[in-house]
Design a protein around this ligand. Structure first.
Ligand code: ADP
Ligand code: MG
Length: 301
C-alpha cells in the first residue's frame, strides 16, 4: 500500500464541488517571515493549490533562491529562465510562466539557482525595489483577457531586497506563525520593514492575514503563541491552526502539494479551510467602506 502511494503521479485535475468566492479585484499576497522553516512555502503552495481547486485563477511567484515552492509544484529544471531573469529585466514573466500540473488554473514563475545572486546584483540597479512590481504590472497587462484572482509571492527567509521587492509589489502581507519557541521574536523586525515599505514605496500595502502553522494543540506553548496572536491581531488571524502533520512534510519529497498527495489528510483539510476563509475575506478588500485594517492604519503610520 505504501509503495503505491509513493509511486502515484499526479493525473487529471483536482476541482472542488463547491467553488470559492471570487474576489472583485486581483489580490496580490506576499507571504513573508524572515525566519526560515516557519511554513511560508508550505502555506503558499497549499493555499494556492486549494484556491485553484476552488475555481480561482492563481499565479505563484517563487522568490526564494532555495526554490522549495518550485519543487512542490513539480519543477525540476532549476537552470531554466525564471524569476531571476525577470528581476534583471532579461525576460518577461510571460516568457517564464508555466502551468502547474494537476490543477485547473494554477501557474508559477519558478525560482532558479541564479536567484541567489540577485540580492547582490540588484543593489546598484535603478528602482531596485520596484522591479518585481513593474514586471507583475506588465504581465497583468499582457494577460488582461486571462487575468488572475490571486498572485502569491513566496519570500526567502530574510528581509533583503527580494522580500522588499515582494512587499512593494503586493497589496497584502500574509505572515505564517509557527507555534513554537521564539515565534514572536523577530515579528517586530518584520513589522518595521512592512511599515517602511508601506510608507516609502507602497502605501496600499496591508498586513491582512496571519496563519498559524505546525500547530500542536497538546502543547501549552503552541496555545500560548496562538493566544498572543489572537489578542493582538483578532481581525487578521485566520483562526484555523494548521496541524503539524506528517503528510504535509512528505508531499514536497514527491514534488507535490499535500492537496494532491493526500487531500483527505488533516493538514490538507486545514489548508483547504484556511483557503476558503481567505477567499471569503476578500469582501473586506472589495469594499471601500469597510477595510479590516482601517483602525490599525493610524497606529502604523
Ligand atoms: P519556510 O518556507 O518558512 O522556510 P517551509 O514551508 O519550507 O518553511 O516549512 C519548513 C519545514 O516544515 C518543511 O520541511 C515543511 O515540509 C515542514 N512543514 C511545514 N508545515 C508543516 C506541517 N503543518 N506539518 C508538518 N511539517 C510541516
Ligand atoms: Mg520557504
Amino acid at each position: 500500500m505504501g509503495g503505491s502511494r509513493e509511486t502515484r503521479a499526479v493525473i487529471g485535475t483536482r476541482r472542488l464541488k463547491e467553488a470559492m468566492d471570487r474576489p472583485t479585484n486581483l489580490r496580490i499576497i506576499t507571504v513573508a517571515n524572515q525566519k526560515g522553516g516557519v511554513g511560508k512555502t508550505t502555506t503558499t503552495v497549499n493555499l494556492a493549490a486549494a484556491l485553484s481547486m476552488g475555481g480561482l485563477r492563481i499565479l505563484v511567484i517563487d522568490l526564494d533562491p532555495q526554490g522549495n515552492a518550485s519543487t512542490a509544484f513539480g519543477s525540476e529544471r532549476r537552470e531554466n529562465p525564471g524569476i531571476y531573469e525577470v528581476l534583471l529585466g532579461e525576460k518577461t514573466m510571460a516568457e517564464c510562466v508555466q502551468r502547474v500540473k494537476g490543477f485547473p488554473s494554477l501557474e508559477c514563475i519558478y525560482s532558479n539557482t541564479a536567484l541567489a545572486q540577485a540580492e547582490i546584483e540588484l543593489v546598484p540597479m535603478v528602482a531596485r525595489e520596484m522591479r518585481l512590481k513593474e514586471a507583475i504590472e506588465e504581465f497583468i497587462a499582457v494577460r488582461a483577457a486571462e487575468s488572475f484572482d490571486y498572485i502569491f509571492i513566496d519570500c526567502p527567509p530574510s528581509l533583503g531586497l527580494l522580500t522588499i521587492n515582494a512587499l512593494t509589489a503586493a497589496k497584502e502581507m500574509l505572515v505564517p506563525i509557527q507555534c513554537e519557541y521564539y515565534a514572536l521574536e523577530g515579528l517586530s523586525q518584520l513589522l518595521k520593514i512592512f511599515e517602511l515599505v508601506k510608507k516609502r514605496l507602497n502605501p496600499e500595502l496591508k498586513l491582512s492575514t496571519f496563519v498559524l502553522t505546525m500547530f500542536d494543540g497538546r502543547t501549552r506553548l503552541a496555545n500560548d503563541v496562538a493566544d498572543e496572536i489572537r489578542k493582538h491581531y483578532p481581525d487578521e488571524l485566520i483562526d484555523i491552526p494548521i496541524p503539524r502533520a506528517v503528510r504535509v512534510s512528505e508531499a514536497p519529497g514527491f514534488n507535490q502539494t499535500v492537496m494532491t498527495y493526500d487531500a483527505s489528510s488533516p493538514g490538507a483539510i486545514a489548508y483547504m479551510l484556511v483557503a476558503r476563509e481567505l477567499a471569503k475575506r476578500a469582501k473586506a478588500f472589495d469594499s471601500n467602506v469597510v477595510s479590516i485594517n482601517y483602525k490599525r492604519e493610524g497606529e502604523i503610520a
